[in-house]
Design a protein around this ligand. Structure first.
Ligand SMILES: [Zn+2]
Ligand SMILES: [Zn+2]
Length: 228
């Protein structure tokens, strides 16, 4: 709360270089590195549109993944500021950055619109959300839904187990740590859903969330993350 109040009293400054004006100045914005390609969320090999390869599809796997930015250097710093310094109003900046990249991929947006995909944020456990004061993924996802004219819902998934953060765990431990953490609403049945999260690391979290949505009958599930 104190942090938010301070941001009301003092002007925004670029989180990367300190220049006064915006959370991200024009020069630093240009420095954010883009992911070199999109990948199939199952085999992690290149996929032109991010759609899961035909041969990789399994019943409960994600149907696609789109992550425009590369999780390193400036992008890493930006995400860190958002998560840990609780800069709530950074959500608009990040939604904006995502929009610019997604607009370059108009086919994907048309595909999502045509098939009535519904955006949903990756939920935090209520205790963690209370501690942090907000769910950063929810804030960005709401901005995106509005700009893209996509429906959204924040009641599709719940986090029912309070687990350790995934940061610093190896791939195998992450998979174990995240197992059965989510509970999907029966309302997801036959729906096409895009789960939004800020970062794709090993994908364990998004995959587990997707699996749970499919267990409740979701028709197809895409992952959308700010970076990878
Ligand atoms: Zn800057
Ligand atoms: Zn594949």
């Amino acid at each position: 709360m104190v942090v938010n109040l301070l941001h009301l009293l003092f002007p925004q400054e670029c989180l990367l270089c300190g220049k006064t004006g915006k959370w991200l100045c024009f020069a630093c914005r240009a420095k954010l590195s883009l992911a070199q390609n999109q990948i199939c969320p199952v085999c992690l090999r290149s996929s032109l549109t991010g759609m899961t390869h035909f041969g990789c599809q399994k019943k409960n796997s994600l149907n696609g993944l789109y992550s425009p930015f590369a999780y390193r250097k400036e992008v890493k710093k930006l995400i860190g500021s958002f998560k840990f310094q609780m800069v709530k109003s950074l959500a608009d900046t990040m939604a904006d950055l995502l929009l610019v990249e997604l607009k370059k991929n108009n086919n994907l947006i048309s595909f999502w619109r045509k098939n009535k995909f519904i955006l949903t944020p990756l939920p935090l456990h209520p205790i963690r959300e209370k501690w942090r004061g907000f769910n950063q993924s929810l804030l960005i996802e709401e901005g995106l839904a509005k700009s893209f004219n996509l429906s959204n819902s924040s009641s599709f998934l719940k986090r029912v187990v309070f687990a350790f953060p995934q940061v610093g765990l190896d791939k195998k431990t992450r998979q174990k740590n995240i197992k059965n953490q989510f509970l999907a609403s029966p309302a997801v049945k036959n729906k096409n859903i895009i789960i939004f999260d800020d970062v794709w690391t090993t994908g364990a979290t998004l995959k587990e969330a997707g699996k749970e949505l499919k267990r409740q009958g979701a028709k197809s599930v895409w992952g959308l993350t700010f970076c990878r």
